[in-house]
Design a protein around this ligand. Structure first.
Ligand SMILES: C[S@@+](CC[C@H](N)C(=O)[O-])C[C@H]1O[C@@H](n2cnc3c(N)ncnc32)[C@H](O)[C@@H]1O
Length: 258
């Protein structure tokens, strides 16, 4: 069906499968493919590394190192993950910290661990809960400069079950999507978009301000407010809450800092 580009039929097939088994992993993944045609997140990250050639790169959530392996040999990388299981061939000058991101930022100064290189690109892909992604963003932004690009994985969950805070299926995005409307509301100075890229969407945040303290100061209130934003709102207001940027390199390029 997707080969014939018949997305309406594929969506109907997903709905039929959900009626039989709401937690059928393959059906949720098919829905993701219906909603997110185009390049996947790794292809976009790879283009970003090639284009930006970041001096410094920080990655929260390393796992096998597949995304860190996209960094170029000259990039100084900091990878943070409490349970890394790296099998990928990482060419970059990388240091790996087997810690949660909170522990890392409590113990280390990111700028020093980057050996003084500027944080040009960061990828948040750790714990799939929005309050953790928010902490990660706050901590990264303190080390940012106006040209820093922050990518946030899992911001475009295609189905309610894939966005559950507790993992139900192998395919899981969690509720990191709440980061997008949250940043749009509380940080109108940022440029915030979502690229609908498989498997679960990539947030793109630019215009960072290392001196901003709004998110930290209002952290508890913001988390309470956005915890109350139900996934059902995405059914009615997806484009308003998760403004999509076309999954197209030219469109992405135009959003990047000059
Ligand atoms: C989806 S995987 C990362 C995949 C990787 N970025 C890639 O694209 O190849 C998520 C990783 O986040 C890690 N993780 C979970 N909680 C974390 C935390 N609090 N801080 C940092 N990493 C965390 C997990 O151990 C897991 O390896």
């Amino acid at each position: 069906m997707l080969a014939r580009d018949d997305r309406a039929a594929a969506r109907a097939a997903c709905e039929a499968m959900f009626a039989l088994n709401g937690a059928y992993n393959q059906a949720h993944m098919l829905m993701a493919r219906v909603m997110m045609p185009g390049k996947n997140y790794a292809a976009i990250l790879s283009r970003l590394h090639q284009h930006l050639q970041p001096a410094g790169y920080a990655e929260i959530g390393v796992a096998t190192g597949a995304s860190m392996a996209l960094a170029g040999a000259e990039t100084r990388c900091v990878g943070i993950d409490p349970c890394p299981r790296v099998t990928a061939n990482i060419a970059a000058r990388a240091r790996l910290y087997p810690l949660t991101s909170d522990d890392f930022f409590a113990r280390y100064n990111l700028a020093e661990e980057l050996s003084g290189e500027r944080l040009d690109l960061a990828f948040i892909d750790g714990l799939h809960l929005f309050e953790q992604a928010l902490k990660d963003f706050i901590n990264l932004e303190k080390h940012s400069h106006p040209g820093t690009v922050v990518m946030i994985h899992d911001c475009y969950p295609p189905t309610e079950l894939s966005a559950a805070r507790d993992r139900v299926m192998a395919y899981w995005a969690g509720d990191v999507w709440r980061m997008i409307p949250l940043l749009i509301k509380y940080r109108p100075d940022l440029d915030v978009k979502v690229i609908p890229a498989l498997p679960s969407g990539l947030g793109l945040v630019t215009g960072l301000d290392a001196g901003s303290s709004v998110l930290e100061e209002r952290f508890d209130d913001i988390v309470a407010e956005f915890m109350a934003l139900d996934y059902s709102q995405l059914d009615e207001r997806r484009e308003e809450l998760l403004p999509a940027l076309a999954n197209d390199w030219q469109a992405i390029l135009e959003r990047l800092p000059g």
